[in-house]
Ligand binder design. Structure first.
Ligand SMILES: [Fe+2]
Ligand SMILES: [Fe+2]
Length: 260
């Protein structure tokens, strides 16, 4: 099975890039299953209900979130209505939504887990313990493939998660930094790994935000109101090929497309 994972979709530019380019990517790479991180899809802050519908209409199977999950209050309605949207599994147990989902597609049971790192993110529980729990629960339900979106800042924490889950997860892909890393590999026990899938959004921006706003913040030392950048876009993501009979990855390829 071939899984396409799309890095943090950011604002209108990111959504528009997917509207115009996702189908072609799915076709070209013979994709069976698509996962999108949409924590910044609504003007950089969370995801609205209509954006969720828009993404699902693009043949997206699972949507993952991150530290921006609560930025748009429509997420509560999304969690009530849409089973395929997940938030980090290691948030406080009292919050709505769930941290993993099992989906059957083309006769294959695919489990997707969303986790949050403990460095520079929302307060959260230990993501390693949460991964243990979620993997056990998905395997008990018959998951043949387990794909993990580890939304985290620290590269060391992300690499550690890859090795910790090697042999139990089919893929561990990082999100959150909005900068794609070039360290894609298959770990010794068959887990595909990439530290960060990058961002799908404005190409000339600082992590998706207007260049002048972030630059002014650094130069003056004063807080600024963030606005998502405009202009030409990029699609960042990764394609992972997994043998569903073993749950092990056979290939991993980064996607980095910039609009002309
Ligand atoms: Fe993000
Ligand atoms: Fe994030």
């Amino acid at each position: 099975m071939k899984i396409l994972f799309i890095g943090d979709v950011t604002g209108a530019v990111g959504r528009d890039m997917l509207a115009r380019g996702l189908e072609d990517l799915q076709y070209t790479h013979k994709i069976d299953f698509t996962i999108v991180n949409a924590e910044n899809a609504a003007h950089g802050r969370g995801m609205s209900y209509s954006i969720c519908e828009e993404l699902m209409d693009m043949d997206v199977d699972v949507i993952t979130m991150g530290n921006h999950v609560w930025d748009n209050t429509e997420i509560f309605k999304v969690f009530d209505c849409c089973d395929s949207v997940i938030r980090p599994a290691n948030l406080q147990p009292s919050v709505p939504g769930k941290g993993s989902v099992l989906t059957e597609k083309n006769g294959v049971k695919v489990g997707v887990i969303n986790l949050l790192g403990q460095v520079n993110c929302l307060p959260c529980d230990n993501p390693f313990a949460a991964a243990d729990r979620e993997i056990e629960a998905l395997k008990a339900k018959g998951a043949q493939i387990i794909f993990v979106d580890f939304h985290a800042e620290a590269t060391s924490e992300k690499v550690a998660m890859g090795h910790y889950l090697d042999g139990r997860a089919s893929a561990v892909v990082g999100t959150h930094t909005h900068i794609q890393t070039a360290d894609e590999k298959i770990l010794p026990r068959g887990c595909a790994y990439l530290t960060d899938a990058g961002m799908t959004g404005p190409y000339h921006s600082i992590l998706g935000v207007k260049v002048e706003i972030i630059t002014k913040r650094f130069v003056t030392g004063l807080p600024q109101r963030f606005e998502v950048a405009e202009g030409k876009g990029q699609i960042n993501g990764v394609v992972v090929e997994i043998d569903e009979s073993t749950g092990k990855a056979q290939g991993i390829e980064r996607i980095s497309f910039v609009e002309k």
